[in-house]
Design a protein around this ligand. Structure first.
Ligand code: ATP
Length: 255
């Protein structure tokens, strides 16, 4: 599923966060959105995830302008998007149930009913997808543990597994490793590469430039209320078009 944002503008309380922002994410590519704190990376991801309607511009999924569609069809697109927030929000149940949660949310009511009926007579549907996702983040052995007893890093890995478990077409990640140590960060980065290799399009907001360089195919630089640059990771890091990009990457821009 190809995601495209055209001339997006958005703000709060009459104050623009960004304007004229255009960006695409194709199947099987990782696009990193980098920029200093408060520049609007989370706002952009929320718009792409269809949580909020943009003040200006259009968002298309596979060419369909999603905010022009009837609500039901927009929700169908919404269900094909996995989003991982900066703060892992798990509920008080086992790791496995947390990882399975997305599978149930994604289903229609009819499917959910069938799922619940199936659960009464056999193993829950989706268990294997959830377990496979937990395996990807190295937590399959913790499936029956209480999520509440996990460390912060492990919780973030479960949140990531939950998004992966239902095989979204697009994965939107908001600083998914901000609170993780290098080992946990490596696990998530590896899982992102696996998602990409399975054809999922990934957009990741990060202020860790090294992370963008390690995992992204393309990098978008958000600065001064706009996307000042978007291009292949190599070009953005080694030979950027906009001088502010070079300064930001070299740490010369202070915000
Ligand atoms: N719901 C909201 N209501 C009002 N202002 C908001 C809201 N969400 C974000 N903002 C403001 O919009 C601007 C962009 O915030 P956003 O969280 O998108 O930035 P960010 O680049 O993700 O920052 P960080 O890297 O610190 O998470 C900030 O000035 C923030 O205070």
């Amino acid at each position: 599923m190809t995601l495209e944002a055209h001339s997006l503008g958005h703000g709060y309380g009459g104050e623009d966060v960004f304007e004229s922002l255009s960006l695409s994410v194709s199947p099987g590519e990782v696009v990193a959105i980098i920029g200093p704190s408060g520049v609007g990376k989370s706002t952009l991801l929320r718009l792409l995830a269809l949580f909020d309607r943009p003040d200006e511009g259009t968002i298309t999924y596979d060419g369909d302008s999603v905010w022009q569609l009837p609500k039901q069809r927009r929700l169908e697109y919404r269900r094909r998007i996995g989003m991982v927030f900066q703060e892992a929000s798990l509920f008080d149940a086992s790791v496995r149930r947390n990882a399975t949660y997305g599978l149930r949310v994604r289903q229609s009511w009819g499917d959910r009913l069938r799922h619940e009926l199936a659960r009464l007579v056999s193993r829950p549907n989706g268990t294997s997808a959830a377990l496979e996702a937990l395996r990807t983040v190295g937590l399959a052995d913790n499936a029956d543990q209480d999520a509440a007893s996990l460390s912060g890093g492990e919780k973030q890995r479960v949140a990531f597994a939950r998004a992966l478990a239902y095989e979204p077409d697009v994965l939107l990640l908001d600083e998914p490793t901000s609170d993780l140590d290098p080992r946990n960060t490596a696990v998530i980065e590896d899982a992102i590469q696996q998602a990409r290799n399975r054809g999922i399009g990934v957009a990741i907001a990060t202020h860790d430039m090294h992370q963008a360089e390690r995992i992204a195919d393309r990098v978008a630089v958000l600065l001064d209320n706009e996307l000042i640059e978007i291009g292949s990771t190599e070009i953005v890091f080694d030979d950027p078009t906009d001088d502010r990009t070079r300064k930001f990457i070299d740490g010369e821009l202070v915000y």
